[in-house]
Design a protein around this ligand. Structure first.
Ligand code: NAD
Length: 260
């Protein structure tokens, strides 16, 4: 389905990004993987993706908070494979605290990685996509790009920004063969969410199991986590010809969270 296409998935050493990388590779796309972690574990992931799916995979250690790193990551994709056809902007961080007590440096870091990094990646990739007359930009925002929750001021601001940015990119690229859409996951069980579950368990003196159940019940009507693989399948669909006229939209994958 994606044979011959070349994709970048930021933040693909863990969680949702790792799931998306696996699904895109399974459908034939060559990959630039990115993210932090143990060097040997990242090399094992890279080699495993190549061996399992018969595609080419290179690793970029770009820090998405640094514009020059982001530009170099896009250029690595073009120099390695000849084009950048699919750009999945997934890398992201979280920090929870009330507005009054939110540390300014945490605000700056979340805006730099979850919002500005996406702008810099799109800006670097667009000329290549336009020259080819094909491109798929897929931004991983969140239900928090559509609605708010307490204690997540920087995250909610950044994710709403991503949804807005995607609309502008969609309008400016309409009719060029390039599309830009946003996926808005609800709860997905990844290390990012596990940290929130552990904090909740410690704060309330309850078990991890109870904290997990409470987290789901509070927000997600299905009471089930969405999975990284489901995000990958949606990203693959948005990369396909069937989605050529879908652009500028934000798609919740949230077990009914935003239907409430
Ligand atoms: P995760 O913590 O499991 O993975 C985050 C990835 O981003 C890792 O690979 C990490 O190394 C990378 N990363 C972090 N900072 C980086 C930086 N400066 N430069 C490059 N890479 C960096 O988190 P996840 O849950 O898989 O989240 C992935 C995305 O999905 C994030 O944008 C997150 O906001 C979004 N999201 C997650 C959920 C959820 O429930 N897990 C829900 C909605 C949206």
């Amino acid at each position: 389905m994606l044979k011959g296409l070349n994709a970048i998935v930021t933040g693909s050493t863990s969680g949702i990004g790792l799931g998306i990388a696996n699904v895109l590779a399974s459908k034939g796309a060559n990959l630039v993987i990115n993210g932090f972690g143990d060097a040997a574990a990242i090399e094992a992931e890279r080699a495993n993706l190549e061996a399992k799916y018969g595609v080419k995979v290179v690793y970029s250690g770009a820090d998405i908070s640094k514009p020059s790193d982001v530009k170099a990551m896009v250029e690595l994709c073009v120099s390695s494979f000849g084009s950048v056809d699919i750009l999945v902007n997934n890398a992201g961080i979280q920090y929870t605290e009330s507005v009054e007590n939110f540390p300014a440096e945490r605000w700056d870091a979340i805006i730099a990685i979850n919002l500005s990094g996406i702008f810099h990646a799109i800006q670097a990739a667009l000329p290549h996509m336009k020259a080819k007359g094909f491109g798929r930009i897929i931004n991983i925002a969140s239900v928090h790009g559509l609605i708010g929750s307490t204690h997540k001021v920087a995250y909610v601001a950044a994710k709403h920004g991503v949804v807005g940015m995607s609309k502008v990119v969609a309008l400016e690229t309409a009719g060029t063969g390039v599309t830009c859409n946003t996926i808005c996951p609800g709860w997905v069980h990844t290390p990012l969410v596990q940290k929130q579950i552990e904090a909740k368990a410690a704060e309330q003196g309850i078990s991890i199991e109870q904290a997990t159940e409470d987290l789901l019940i509070a927000k997600q009507p299905s009471k089930q986590f969405a999975t990284p693989e489901q995000m990958g399948e949606l990203a693959a669909f948005l990369s396909s010809e069937a989605a050529a006229q879908m652009t500028g939209i934000a798609i919740p994958v949230d077990g009914g969270w935003t239907a409430q």
